[in-house]
Design a protein around this ligand. Structure first.
Ligand code: HXC
Length: 263
């Protein structure tokens, strides 16, 4: 245990895409530290395991089938979480979509699918929880970014543009919603093991090695390492932190190969 077991005692967290990958581990860690946890996922097959894990930790769990691209559905999600778990203290906008495709080949629908899940979904879900957080006198939102979002993002133009938008939205909402005592931050992962993202983007061994060569810490991250960053940002330790982007990528984003032929 990195943090105290009762860090989030009495709080309710909502994690989009919380049934798989990084979202799954974030949900489990939030529960392990005392929060009741609701998740959304489009695929009901992704609901069972996380509900079991959260309940096994002695916390209440709620899984809701929803597509974050649809503002009516995000609205319904927020209402159900309030009805069934009583409040919403934490929102983690984690749901994402991605696939490798050269911009030249990317269809309008392919572009739209990723930008809508990542950017529209983050905005719609954040707005949907706003009334609950306002009434409760505060809350914490964490948006999951991607470390290629402020450099060029070749072959993931949709995701790069959407995640860059999420980062700007993080800062804007941090300013606009600070008067409500709602803090809005981002956690930006690099390549993380046991995730759909790495499976999709780094399945080719040559790409895998080339990416790892650019990571100063020389390994993939662990899903828990993203969850711990989220825990920090939603905890009282980060009470004066808002609009921040916490990069958790082994130093990859600022590394470059200039003058270093050995890497
Ligand atoms: C080209 C593709 C494609 C591919 C889908 N499309 N996959 N185009 N190459 N591999 C196109 C389709 O042809 C279609 O366009 C359009 O995208 C929408 O596809 P649908 O399957 O109808 O969309 P939908 O069911 O909404 O699925 C959304 C999705 C899907 C993003 C396309 O892959 C998905 O749901 N993924 C969720 C999980 C995920 O991607 N997780 C990884 C996140 S990783 P046309 O024109 O044919 O209609 C991440 C950071 C990783 O964010 C960082 C790692 C280092």
């Amino acid at each position: 245990m990195i943090f105290r077991e009762d860090l989030l005692q009495g709080q309710v967290a909502l994690v989009t895409g919380g049934g798989t990958g990084i979202g799954f581990v974030i949900s489990r860690e939030l529960a392990r530290h005392g929060a009741d946890v609701a998740i959304t996922s489009r695929n009901p097959e992704h609901h069972t395991q996380i509900v079991q894990e959260v309940e096994a930790l002695g916390r209440r769990a709620l899984a809701i089938q929803a597509d974050v691209r649809d503002p009516e559905q995000t609205q319904r999600v927020a209402e159900r979480v309030r009805e069934e778990l009583g409040r919403i203290d934490i929102l983690v906008n984690n749901a994402a979509g991605n696939f490798l495709c050269a911009a030249e080949q990317l269809s309008p629908n392919g572009w739209r699918a990723v930008v809508e899940i990542v950017l529209h979904g983050t905005f719609f879900m954040s707005k949907a929880v706003l009334p609950a957080m306002k009434e409760q006198g505060g809350g914490a939102i964490v948006n999951i970014g991607a470390n290629y979002a402020w450099l060029a993002a070749p072959y993931v133009s949709h995701s790069g543009a959407a995640k860059a938008g999420v980062l700007n939205l993080t800062r804007t909402l941090a300013v606009e919603w600070a008067p409500y005592n709602i803090r809005v931050n981002a956690v930006t992962p690099g390549p993380i093991a046991d995730t759909e993202g790495v499976r999709r983007l780094m399945s080719d061994p040559k790409t895998h090695k080339a990416v790892l060569d650019t990571v100063p810490l020389k390994r993939l991250g662990k899903r828990e390492e993203i969850a711990w960053a989220v825990l920090f940002l939603v905890s009282p330790a980060a009470a004066y932190i808002t609009g921040h982007n916490l990069v958790v990528d082994g130093g990859m984003w600022f590394n470059h190969r200039m003058f270093r032929p050995e890497v």
